[in-house]
Design a protein around this ligand. Structure first.
Ligand code: DOR
Length: 451
């Protein structure tokens, strides 16, 4: 196992309240020394003057498509995309084929991630069998299996039946796991293509009203209070949702929430191109919603930034708008977009950004060894990035198997230099380390074709 000395970086470690120039020595999978003027003859020394070193990012919400759609992403290619984005852990959503609604599928995903060895993958379990909203899944079996499932959700859909959701919450609470919801009242959103408002009228596309999210979330918060479950609101996108979460938190409901980079940056005006790359659920909202999400992120109502990385094939994203599937990828652009828009836009400082992308989501999932602290004896899961480096988003350079990003061609600031997972340098100078590249290609080919 590697012995690496990072010299001269700015250590941002929200968990221990540190933001200072410091060297970090990594050996045998652990951080062994933190301080100034460190030296080690056996270590590979990497000068990171001008760069930030921080705990690896943790994404609460990514779709890795394996099993079932390995042409779009695999656990290995998604892990590579995550590592290149500075992530050392992620939650994989259960809307695969077959659905991750039992321990066998969860263990398979987790084993594939261990084989790839690029980041920690914690599968989320479905709340209901087959995501059909009717029968609750074997939650206990999934919590207890070696994958260690700790979040349950039917993401992609909301659970419509309040009685089933209530029972699922009670069951999940018994295991102290998280109930996470894609808040959507299907009767209101059915057939909707984009946010309902000025632009849906203008473009003649059927709208999804903000009320579809607000109503579902309001019900979920009532049930979360009733059951006492730890509740997590996925990809919050409306002004109403931000207000509901703010109130619920003030009233002591056990609720956490995430927001995606795209809901913090893009508005429904984007849909004027009629390009399905901008189609996503929940949809890109009005400017007032984006502003409310930014305020909610700044004041802590929205806890974490999560990507909702949702790979789709080029063929499917070129269907006519109504038939194209919703979703956009995000693992390899998240940090840069957040520095460019959220830090430079004055919403969060850099230390707070690291907290929202690493320490807080690691805490929500109760992950050991992720999110810091970066102190002697802790697991070495680290990210090194240059906050000032400028680059242009080029999907063809991604490790992900998919290319569906609306940020193609955008000039951004902030570049991942190195990612350390389990003490090993899995990303070196922005690229997957050579010793992992062959394994990723092999695993990807095995799981359904070359990248
Ligand atoms: O846009 C989305 N795509 N939203 C979801 O909730 C699911 C995701 C997917 O799986 O493609």
């Amino acid at each position: 196992m590697a012995r690496i000395l990072f010299k001269g970086g700015r250590l941002i470690d929200p968990a221990s309240g540190v933001d200072t120039t410091s060297d970090v020595l990594v050996a045998k999978g652990k951080v062994v020394e933190v301080g100034t003027g460190l030296s080690s003859v056996e270590a590979e020394t990497i000068d990171i003057t001008g760069a930030v070193i921080c705990p690896g990012f943790v994404d609460l919400h990514a779709h890795l498509r394996e099993p079932g759609r390995e042409d779009e992403e695999t656990v290995a290619s998604g892990s590579a995309a995550a590592a290149r984005g500075g992530f050392t852990a992620l939650g994989a959503m259960p809307n695969t084929d077959p659905v991750c609604d039992n321990a066998a599928v969860a263990d398979k995903v987790s084993a594939a991630a261990r084989r790839a060895g690029l980041c920690e993958v914690i599968p989320a379990g479905a709340l209901t069998k087959g995501l059909e909203g009717r029968y609750i899944t074997p939650v206990g079996e999934m919590v207890m299996c070696s994958a260690g499932v700790r979040m349950f959700t039917d993401d992609g859909k909301g659970v419509q039946d309040s009685r089933i959701l209530r029972r699922a919450m009670e069951y999940i609470k018994g295991f102290d796991a998280i109930c996470a919801e894609h808040c959507d009242d299907a009767a209101l959103s059915e057939g909707g293509q984009m946010h309902e408002g000025y632009y849906s009228d203008l473009l003649g596309l059927k709208g999804i009203p903000a009320a579809a999210e607000d109503i579902a979330l309001a019900r979920d918060l009532v049930l979360a209070r009733l059951t006492g479950v730890r509740f997590h609101a996925l990809h919050v996108s409306t002004r109403g949702s931000v207000e509901l979460i703010r109130q619920a938190k003030a009233q002591g409901v056990r609720v956490t929430a995430e927001v995606t980079p795209h809901h913090l940056i893009l508005t429904d005006a984007q849909l004027q191109s009629f390009d399905p790359v901008n189609k996503v659920h929940p949809p890109l909202r009005a400017a007032s919603d984006v502003e409310a999400c930014r305020i909610g992120l700044a004041d802590g109502t929205l806890d974490a930034i999560a990507t909702d990385h949702a790979p789709h094939s080029p063929e499917e994203k070129e269907y006519e708008f109504e038939l194209a599937p919703p979703g956009m990828i995000g693992l390899e652009t998240a940090l840069a977009l957040m520095i460019t828009e959220i830090v430079e836009g004055g919403v969060l400082g850099l230390t707070e950004l690291v907290r929202r992308m690493s320490t807080l989501p690691a805490g929500i999932l109760r992950l050991n060894g992720q999110g810091g602290p970066v102190t002697e004896g802790t697991a070495a899961n680290l990210t090194v990035f240059d906050p000032a480096a400028e680059w242009v988003v080029d999907p063809n350079s991604f490790a992900s198997k998919s290319r569906n990003t609306p940020f193609k061609g955008r000039k951004v600031k902030g570049k991942i230099l190195h990612t350390v997972f389990g003490g090993d340098l899995v990303v070196r100078s922005g690229a997957i380390a050579a010793e992992y590249e062959a394994a990723v290609s092999a695993a990807t080919a095995m799981a359904g074709g070359p990248r």
